[in-house]
Design a protein around this ligand. Structure first.
Ligand code: NAI
Length: 700
């Protein structure tokens, strides 16, 4: 017998099948892709249980999943809809299982996650296939398990292991689950056979174990300490603390009251902005790699990289980590040696943290072949250029690559701002040229902006989106413009920060207000980290195109004119002690700010934190809307993915475009218009925002 066997079965609902196997009934969840516990699934299982319990020919019941897994949990798409709370709820289904005199066994293959594991926890026994994963990942969506998981899991495996599983959201594999007491048996062979035998062997027993009736001891567990250990910066901090509340309730309250308390906390979270934001991101991240245009992804075996500097080295590591063979080309031996030494050092740091063993370090290094001969890039399927950010240098490199690389190879540039089309134009194969904009450190940051040029081929785009996912990145397809999506939006964000400095805020106040809002770093500390000289060069390059009538803050230029480029020169918006990354206030900068304000005729005033957050955030939102309107991003949620994964935007706020939606699009437009009245031209509202508000839309 196998999970896909078509033994005579009947449909109990659109999503649940019922079959008899001798003296056992099998209830199959059949709701692709992951058997989510939507309303029809819950109803079908409930009905199946009633049938089996009433049938004198049935001695035991197995609940199994059709397709690739037992059950992936609640149907997230139904959250905040009436279907989510339609009876029977999961709690009613589990009550029916617990009331059954006939043993009910969960047969778990693939995974049992979230509500799927809660359903299994409600069963008398759990038999898992070797390799199956069991977990409660609700915290990742800013939630706690809402179907009894926080009450039953501690009763089965103990308070501390349960807390760990619920707070981390990390699943256990079948073997670990067996050791923890979460499953009763692991099946090496056919799972359904094993589950049926297991169930029928126990059919004669007078009673069966019910997790919720087990005694629970919380001896010595310090719940306050568990709450205090939650990282307040974690995007799901609220949910993690609520998870502790739930488990503590399990130790204090009888089961029914504990289930009520869990549900109360779940309902509060599911209605809250933080969980809505995390659920938005969950779908946004899944959606991001999808592109229209119908290209077919080709195979990438060998990867070539030019430039072993900050980015080239990180990109080489990202590919090597995923098992790719990499050729890393530099223009001279010293630079190549420096680059390879840094890669080795980075791997050794990872090993020192216990995340990689010595063999792992060597294997990763062995996959990166250093080279001073451009011919070595000839066999590469994908070549990524990460040399200096200078159009003439990049064009020269692309001419050479065009001559050397095999036909069909993809020629990518890691430029963060330059025009891909101008680079493509100096090759005879513009359809093969694309931007792959990694973020620093490239072996760590998950975001990849895939920049499509005017002539980039659909297959080339499809290949790059696929390869990006193979190396663990979240690729977002963007169009050519100054700064693409992420850096283009930064321009307005930094502009407002500069204006706010002149108007009366200090660097510390601006960065403090925005980090309290949730940004990983404030804009000025970030400029110091990235290197203020890079933006300075961009501003100088763009100066001829800057409209003369628009206000311009000279603060950043004046700081750069003193040779202060940020952390690398131990001075930028802040000063830095040697060897320290700690930004310290600097009276020199205060003086520059006051001087710029005086020259611009600005009378400095107290600026509130609210104003700082509003102006910096709305600058992001307005530019983001223009980017969507121009088709530079495929969708609003892509802009959110870019900001959360590339720029330290707080996940619990869902990204700038989602944040605007939580403010309300009409309210957002109103605020932008008010800023335009006071501050003028920079604040012309994006046409898309105006249209969406006219249409009465609540989303972009
Ligand atoms: P870097 O200065 O650390 O490294 C550049 C490397 O390229 C140097 O090792 C240099 O020797 C080498 N190089 C220069 N010309 C070459 C040539 N013709 N052939 C082979 N190698 C050559 O610069 P970084 O920061 O790694 O930046 C590289 C590119 O990545 C730039 O286009 C930059 O805009 C972009 N980028 C940088 C980011 C960052 O945070 N540093 C983020 C995203 C993109």
């Amino acid at each position: 017998m196998s999970l896909t066997a078509t033994s005579p079965s009947r449909d109990l609902s659109d999503t649940v099948r019922y079959a008899l196997h001798g003296r056992a009934a099998v209830i199959f969840l059949d709701n692709p892709p992951v058997n989510g516990l939507g309303d029809t699934v819950r109803r079908g299982v409930h009905e199946g249980l009633a049938l089996a319990r009433a049938d004198a020919g049935v001695d035991a019941i197995v609940i199994a999943g059709a397709g690739k897994a037992f059950c992936g949990g609640a149907d997230i798409r139904q959250f905040n809809t009436p279907a989510a709370t339609a009876r029977p709820m999961l709690r009613d289904v589990i009550a029916a299982i617990e009331a059954s005199g006939k043993p009910v066994v969960a047969a778990i293959h693939g995974f049992a996650l979230g509500g799927g594991l809660e359903l299994a926890l409600g069963c008398h026994y759990r038999v898992a296939q070797a390799g199956a994963r069991l977990g409660l990942p609700e915290v990742n969506l800013g939630l706690v398990p809402g179907g009894g998981g926080t009450q039953r899991l501690p009763r089965l495996i103990g308070v501390l292991p349960a807390l760990e599983m619920i707070q981390s959201g990390k699943p256990l594999d079948a073997a670990a689950a067996l050791a923890a007491g979460l499953v009763d048996a692991v099946a090496e062979g056919d799972l359904l056979d094993a589950a049926l035998s297991y169930a029928l062997e126990r059919a004669h027993l007078a009673s069966h174990p019910v997790a919720s009736r087990r005694a629970l001891s919380a001896d010595g567990v310090d719940f306050s300490a568990a709450r205090a250990r939650v990282n307040p910066k974690a995007r799901n901090a609220i949910a993690q603390r609520a998870a502790v509340d739930c488990v503590e309730a399990a130790t204090r309250l009888p089961i029914e009251a504990g289930l009520d308390e869990e549900r109360r906390l779940f309902d509060a979270l599911v209605e809250g902005d933080a969980s809505k934001a995390l659920r938005h991101l969950f779908f946004a991240e899944k959606e991001a790699p999808r592109v229209s245009g119908g290209g077919r992804a080709g195979e990438v075996g060998r990867v070539g990289i030019l430039g072993a500097g900050t980015m080239g080295g990180g990109i080489a590591m990202a590919f090597s980590n995923a098992g790719y063979s990499v050729t890393l080309y530099e223009r001279d031996q010293a630079a190549l040696d420096r680059g390879m030494a840094l890669i080795r050092k980075n791997y050794e740091i990872t090993a020192a943290k216990g995340k990689l063993d010595a063999a792992g370090v060597e294997a990763r290094l062995a996959r990166i072949a250093p080279s001073l001969d451009l011919q070595d890039l000839a066999p590469a399927d994908l070549v990524i250029e990460a040399v200096f950010e200078d159009m003439a240098v990049k064009q020269a490199v692309f001419r050479q690559l065009d001559a050397v690389c095999k036909p069909g190879a993809i020629l990518a540039t890691n430029t963060s701002r330059l025009n891909i089309d101008e680079i493509a134009a100096c090759t005879a194969r513009p359809e093969a040229v694309i931007g792959l904009h990694f973020f620093s450190p490239a072996n760590v940051m998950k975001l990849l902006e895939v920049v499509r040029g005017a002539r980039t081929g659909a297959d080339v785009i499809a290949t790059c989106m696929a390869v990006a996912q193979k190396i663990g990145k979240i690729p977002v397809l963007v169009g050519v413009c100054e700064g693409f999506v992420g850096n283009r939006m930064l321009t307005g964000y930094w502009r407002e920060a500069g204006f706010l400095l002149e108007e009366g805020a200090s660097p510390q106040q601006i960065d403090g207000a925005l980090t309290r809002f949730g940004m990983a770093m404030g804009p000025l500390a970030m400029a110091d980290l990235a290197g203020m000289d890079i933006n300075w060069a961009t501003r100088k390059r763009l100066a001829p195109t800057r409209p003369a009538h628009l206000r311009y803050s000279k603060v950043a230029d004046r700081i750069c004119e003193l040779g202060r480029f940020g952390q690398k020169t131990q001075a930028g918006y802040y000063r830095y002690e040697p060897g320290s990354r700690q930004p310290l206030p600097d009276p020199v900068v205060d003086g520059i700010i006051e001087e710029c304000a005086r020259e611009a005729g600005i009378v400095r005033r107290p600026v509130s934190d609210e104003e700082i957050v509003e102006r910096c955030m709305l600058a992001l939102v307005n530019e983001g809307a223009r980017i969507i309107e121009e088709g530079i991003a495929q969708r609003a949620s892509d802009v959110d993915v870019v900001y959360v994964h590339g720029y330290g935007f707080p996940g619990a706020r869902g990204g700038p475009m989602f944040y605007a939606q939580t403010l309300g699009l009409a309210a957002t437009l109103e605020k932008i218009r008010a800023l335009q009245r006071v501050h003028g031209g920079h604040w012309a509202p994006a046409a898309l925002l105006e249209h969406r508000v006219e249409e009465g839309a609540t989303v972009f």
